[in-house]
Design a protein around this ligand. Structure first.
Ligand SMILES: *Cc1c(COP(=O)(O)O)cnc(C)c1O
Length: 360
């Protein structure tokens, strides 16, 4: 099989070494004669795997003691409901920052439970920038402030952490978690679906400050109550065991590779390579304000959209896969998560150059 590079936004590329280890261990995990998939989630083997995964994630992100790490299901989309259900705590409303399609979805879901104040929005410029802090009209009475640090579809990323005083800050980090070090203590809740920068679909990670738990709305489904999940070690019911195992392998790899500071340096270099080329080219265009460009998801358009299909077909032939942009925005999108090597981005840039030459 020749080398391929998978630029999918999610489910996304996983480190080859992790897939190979999982393959080697799939049928008989560590001499038990069983696959992880067949083991009781409460047995000693899987319990050890889950504990190690949590410990490694805590180490990578330097998660303080007063935060719980939850291994959940339902994707980031379930968090769109769980956040208001758990965090309103008797208050009526919450602040939301609207920077793209994902924050808009979070807002729409939150409106079912809360009065949503859209404290800032970049809809006025087709979601191509992140509104600066001075533009935020926060309500000091809000139960929490929700934002999307990386808009996976628009390719807009906050390279700073908002300052929201004593109001808990909630972040949907689905597509940039583990891409760089962060100060967890600045957040009330961080959540992320695993299938972008962590592991397989089916696992959702929530990091929740302890004092924010225990006041879920009446009639919150049992599984949607952070406190129930925390009190039961994310095993109130059967957790996504195999996805937790794979995520654990990814955490161990990240640790071996130097942790999140090393990841950040690699991600900066990858993104720079691609953006520098886009900026130097008259043929390709990225619409995002330079200071808000995502290091993880790089949307771009061709100056002649009639060539989109030929571009994608040629890319496919070169082993550059899943570059088609999101249906809502069109064009192309290269997702270059942690598991995408620099060589993959270089191969993409080489192909883009060749494609322009061919057009003459
Ligand atoms: C992919 C994504 C979602 C939706 O995730 P699901 O796991 O499919 O629910 C939400 N927010 C962001 C930022 C995403 O990238």
């Amino acid at each position: 099989m020749s080398t391929i590079y998978n630029f999918s936004a999610g489910p996304a590329v996983l480190p080859k070494s992790v897939l190979e280890q999982a393959r080697d261990e799939m049928v008989d995990w560590h001499g038990t004669g069983m696959s992880i998939m067949e083991m009781s989630h409460r047995g000693k083997d899987f319990t050890a795997i889950a504990h190690q995964a949590e410990a490694d994630l805590r180490e990578l992100l330097a998660i303080p003691e007063n935060y719980k790490v939850l291994f959940l299901q339902g994707g980031a989309t379930a968090q769109f409901a769980m956040v208001p259900m758990n965090l309103l705590r008797g208050k009526a409303g919450a602040d939301y920052i609207d920077t793209g399609i994902w924050s808009d979805k979070a807002i729409k879901e939150a409106r079912r439970y809360a009065q949503v104040n859209v404290a800032a929005s970049s809809a006025d410029h087709a979601y191509t920038y992140a509104p600066g802090q001075t533009a935020w009209q926060l309500d000091s009475n809000a139960a929490y402030v929700h934002y999307t640090p990386n808009e996976t579809i628009g390719g807009v990323e906050f390279h700073w952490t908002p300052e929201v005083g004593n109001v808990p800050l909630v972040a949907d980090m689905s597509s940039n978690v583990l891409s760089k070090p962060i100060d967890v203590s600045r957040f009330g809740v961080i959540y992320a679906g695993a299938q972008k920068n962590i592991g397989p679909a089916g696992l959702t990670i929530a990091i929740v400050r302890e004092d924010l738990m225990g006041e879920a709305m009446p009639r919150t489904p049992t599984l949607y109550d952070y406190k129930v999940q925390a009190d039961n070690g994310s095993m109130y019911n059967t957790p996504p065991t195999y996805a937790i195992y794979i995520a654990g392998l990814v955490f161990q790899l990240l640790k071996r590779e130097g942790g999140l500071a090393a990841m950040e340096q690699r991600n900066i270099a990858k993104a720079k390579l691609l953006y520098d080329y886009l900026d130097a080219s008259d043929f390709y265009h990225n619409p995002v304000a330079p200071e808000n460009r995502s290091r993880m998801n790089v949307p771009f358009t061709l100056s002649n959209p009639a060539l989109d299909a030929a571009f994608l077909q040629g890319a496919q032939q070169q082993g550059l896969l899943q570059l088609k942009g999101h249906a809502l925005v069109g064009g192309m999108r290269a997702s270059i998560y942690n598991a995408m090597p620099l060589e993959g981005v270089q191969a993409l840039v080489n192909y883009m150059q060749d494609f322009v030459k061919k057009q003459g």
